[in-house]
Ligand binder design. Structure first.
Ligand SMILES: Nc1nc2c(c(=O)[nH]1)N[C@H]1C(S)=C(S)[C@@H](COP(=O)(O)OP(=O)(O)OC[C@H]3O[C@@H](n4cnc5c(=O)[nH]c(N)nc54)[C@H](O)[C@@H]3O)O[C@H]1N2
Ligand SMILES: Nc1nc2c(c(=O)[nH]1)N[C@H]1C(S)=C(S)[C@@H](COP(=O)(O)OP(=O)(O)OC[C@H]3O[C@@H](n4cnc5c(=O)[nH]c(N)nc54)[C@H](O)[C@@H]3O)O[C@H]1N2
Ligand code: SF4
Ligand SMILES: [Mo]
Length: 803
């Protein structure tokens, strides 16, 4: 690690500026410690902690502490490094967590807004004043609008058994006891694929990546395990190792040459974003024409591939085969030449790929979540899955369902119990709509669930551990206008560890304790680790800085303000956070002699179990016996033709240009490659998930920011037309807004497409987002089926920036 002077560090860290940032600067321990103990390599304590930020992986880190301060952080080194019993090593970001703790913009005290909302002016207040204000505003909103007006939005900044913010956690428990809050469904991660594959297979779970061991061919669509699952105990590392063990041929279909291709890719097929369903249709065309598809498998396990298995109420020409061969309503044959025009993949490549996929078994087919985060994402997700059944590659060793890989199993204690008396639910991405026009939102217009229509607009937002209030949500300029208007959402509380672009819009900001300042259980998210389960007991390394407090403790105090001792007692059940952890562990493992006791676990810090004997194979039981083990679809079979989607297509009121189809057809869609707007904004752009950050998190860590630039990738052909060279600054703009990014000219991105990392911090100066946040260019219209975030569908023009 290179040495950093204090001045240099502060210069790096001056992301936000402003009065609060200046007053909250903390003493930064120098990297080359002068401490005598450190020179002798002695430490007061070395603690285990979890890196709980939502890259999904959740690695253990070892925190070296002297005099109450973190000296440095190391990674797991507790075992040999043989793959299979390997160390769960943290990536560079995890090892830099100290910089997040001592970040100059770290929150240390509760703050109250003094300027206009969004202006970013705050003053320090006491915890009492902060919690009294929040309690009285909550009561006011509840009395005026009802509990349906309270939202705890989607937020993934940290996850543990208790500090979990995203779906469970202290605030949800408390708000449930206060009368409830509006629920949300979907996630920003998998909004399209989770719904699409639910109609298709009944679940979007996939096989363990270790099944590649048994495959003869691997085909990945927009799947980047190396960059998006970076833990030493996770899928990216397993992917590299398993490819080394089984030198199987691997083909990646991705507009971008990602790190998953480096050193382990036999063929890169660049594809126009949003066109995977067109490619699949052409692959099917070749397979059907050459009689290569697995008819027996399709007839036995699937509905609607051919007219023989179409449901009764489907039109006679409504099968996938009809669609592909030009007998469907569009009367278009999906030839490789047809697909070439849409996907920009040469017809010969498509023909060769179809033959190879149909004749090489087992073929492991997977997609990441990039292909689905588009305005037609449900179609791409279902189409890619169709390839698995068309080639008979399902339920057998070496196969997958065409979805993203999954985890074989976890070690997981129970979670903090909570109950929300309100059942009404919005798609998480439509929260801005719910602020503006909640009462108009219906099941058939906006995918509202458990009620026909919302009762209230959102009036109170309680955002904890998230940057989706602006940065990670679409169309930052539109969102900013909505949040600035105090007549819409009347009160916003933001709980974070640092100043962010989101909490600029808060009325009150509460300072949270980081995972290094509290105790909790931490485990990886679904699909991030593979066949080797581990769990971390995050031991408290240091005391919370300043007046920072855990979510659990702040909720305990807020409970008292909201409902006196009675509510406080109901909320805590007489337990502290650590006592809850013991209770939650014991619920699951007390009577399991093969598991450590809570006290043992607490001391150990990390528990790694041996690998599962067999990595999970998705739909294995169904394929073995489809009658005894039907899928969770209405017919119990794989629904290539979905009657439910057909019904939806006839009853739902969609936005202009949107379409729901019972088959996984290619559908042109908003800001997609065929949108006429492309004449004005000729380049597609998307913000990929970046090794240098976790969304917007770690941006505040100056050294990490410095070594991971926020670059715009552009193909040499497109760069030449615009006289752009690597290192130039460029304006990237469209009808939503304008951002500035540094250019990187590279053939790693296909012509006509550009990409930058998502998660740069929105920072508006003179109408321009100088922070380079991709969401200044994205759209807020939810997709047709899921009402999910189409954040990879955007069109832009780029110009050299001459300051
Ligand atoms: N354009 C575009 N937009 C996207 C995406 C995309 O691909 N493209 N991806 C989407 C996806 S998949 C996701 S999951 C979302 C993620 O969006 P978010 O869930 O907002 O994730 P982050 O940007 O990491 O923000 C997490 C916040 O939690 C805070 N935090 C970290 N640790 C703690 C803690 O201990 N306590 C508290 N209280 N706060 C903490 C961090 O400081 C940070 O502000 O973004 C979505 N937005
Ligand atoms: N380092 C790091 N790891 C992370 C995160 C992070 O921010 N940083 N975020 C975590 C979270 S919350 C999530 S949800 C996951 C996200 O994981 P993903 O959603 O899978 O990640 P993306 O980078 O959005 O997309 C994966 C790939 O899809 C490609 N792609 C984009 N559009 C298309 C298309 O239309 N077709 C095809 N075939 N490919 C396409 C992109 O070029 C990219 O290489 O990652 C997790 N892991
Ligand atoms: S891979 Fe993810 S969880 Fe692991 S250290 Fe890196 S950022 Fe943290
Ligand atoms: Mo995500």
């Amino acid at each position: 690690m290179h040495k950093v002077s204090r001045r240099q560090f502060l210069r790096w860290s001056g992301v936000l500026g402003g009065s609060v940032a200046a007053t909250s600067i903390l003493p930064i321990p120098t990297l080359a410690s002068k401490n005598e103990k450190v020179k002798k390599l002695e430490y007061d304590s070395v603690k285990w902690a979890g890196c709980t930020i939502n890259c999904g992986s959740k690695c253990p880190v070892r925190v070296f502490v002297n005099d109450g301060k973190i000296d440095h952080i190391e990674t797991d080194n507790t075992q040999g490094d043989e793959f299979g019993s390997h160390q769960v090593r943290a990536c560079l970001r995890g090892r830099s967590n100290r910089f997040r703790v001592y970040n100059p913009n770290r929150l240390r005290y509760p703050l109250k807004r003094v300027g206009k909302r969004g202006e970013g002016k705050f003053v320090r207040i006491s915890w009492d004043e902060a919690l009294d204000t929040i309690a009285s505003k909550l009561k006011e909103v509840k009395a005026k609008y009802g509990n349906e007006a309270i939202l705890i939005p989607y937020a993934t900044g940290t996850t543990g058994a208790i500090m979990n913010r995203c779906t469970k956690g202290p605030f949800m428990r408390l708000m449930g006891m206060f009368g409830g809050y509006i629920n949300y469904h979907n996630s920003y991660s998998t909004g399209q694929i989770s719904n699409a594959l639910k109609y298709f297979y009944g679940t979007h779970r996939g096989s363990d990546i270790m099944q590649i061991q048994n495959a003869k061919l691997v085909v990945m669509f927009g799947n980047n395990p190396v960059e998006t699952r970076m833990s030493g105990g996770g899928t990216g590392y397993a992917y590299k190792n398993v490819l080394e063990e089984n030198r199987v041929k691997i083909i990646h279909i991705d507009p971008r040459y990602s790190d998953s291709l480096v050193g382990s890719c036999d063929q890169w097929i660049p594809i126009e974003p949003g066109t995977d369903a067109a490619l699949v249709a052409a692959l099917a065309y070749v397979m059907i024409s050459e009689d290569l598809h697995d008819k027996e498998f399709l007839d036995k396990y699937c509905v609607g591939f051919s007219s023989d298995t179409l449901p009764e109420n489907a039109p006679a020409n409504g099968s996938y085969e009809d669609y592909v061969m030009g007998r469907g309503d569009d009367k278009t044959e999906k030839t490789p030449q047809w697909a070439e025009r849409i996907t920009k993949i040469p017809a010969e490549t498509i023909i060769k790929l179809a033959r190879e996929m149909a004749t090489t078994k087992p073929c492991f087919i997977a997609q990441g979540w990039g292909a689905q985060r588009h305005s037609n994402g449900e179609q791409s997700a279902r189409a890619i899955a169709t390839l698995s059944v068309m080639t008979g590659n399902l339920g057998l060793p070496g196969t997958n369902c065409g979805g993203r890989e999954h985890t074989t199993g976890w070690i997981e204690p129970a979670h903090l119990p909570f109950k929300n008396p309100i059942k009404d639910s919005i798609p998480c991405f439509l929260w801005t709509d719910a602020v503006v026009r909640g009462k108009e939102m219906r099941d058939i217009t906006d995918g509202i669930r458990n009620t026909k229509q919302l009762k209230q607009n959102i009036k109170f937002i309680l955002n904890t551990g998230g940057n989706c209030l602006i940065n990670q949500h679409s169309d930052t300029n539109k969102t900013a206008k909505i949040l600035e208007d105090e007549s819409l959402c009347e009160f916003i509380v933001d709980i974070n560890v640092t100043r962010t672009s989101s909490n600029k819009f808060a009325d009150i900001i509460l300072p949270d304790a980081t995972p290094l300042e509290q105790e909790d259980f931490v485990r990886s998210s679904a699909g991030y680790s593979n066949d080797r389960p581990y769990i971390i007991y995050s031991q408290k390394a240091i005391e919370p800085l300043g007046e920072c407090m855990t979510n659990y403790d702040m909720c305990t105090k807020l409970a008292e303000k909201l409902g006196g001792e009675e509510l406080k007692d109901r909320f805590t059940e007489g337990r502290t956070q650590v006592q809850w952890l013991e209770h939650l562990w014991n619920i699951k493992f007390e009577n399991n002699p093969s598991m450590p006791t809570f006290e043992q676990m607490k001391k150990m810090g990390i528990l790694k179990l041996p690998r599962y004997k067999k990595p999970f194979i998705i739909h294995e039981e169904f394929v073995n016996d489809p009658v005894k083990n039907p899928l969770k679809t209405p017919t119990g079979k794989v629904e290539i033709y979905s009657t439910e989607l057909d019904k939806m297509s006839k009853t739902w009121i969609l936005k202009e240009g949107q379409k729901i189809t019972p088959l996984p057809e290619f559908v042109e869609s908003k800001y997609g490659p065929l949108d006429p707007l492309r004449k004005k904004y000729p380049l597609q752009i998307f913000g990929y998930h970046y090794k240098g950050r976790t969304h917007s998190s770690f941006w505040e860590s100056a050294p990490i920011r410095e070594i991971n630039p926020n670059e715009l990738w552009i193909n040499p052909l497109d760069a030449k037309k615009r006289e752009l060279e690597t290192g130039d600054k460029a304006f990237v703009y469209n009808n939503h807004g304008r951002i500035i990014l540094t250019v990187k000219v590279t053939p790693k991105i296909m012509p006509g497409v550009t990409a930058c990392p998502q998660g740069g911090w929105y920072k508006k100066e003179n109408g321009i987002d100088v922070g380079g946040c991709i969401n200044t260019l994205t759209d807020q219209e939810g997709t047709a089926i899921s009402k999910a975030n189409p954040q990879h569908s955007a069109l832009v023009e780029i110009e050299k920036y001459r300051a």
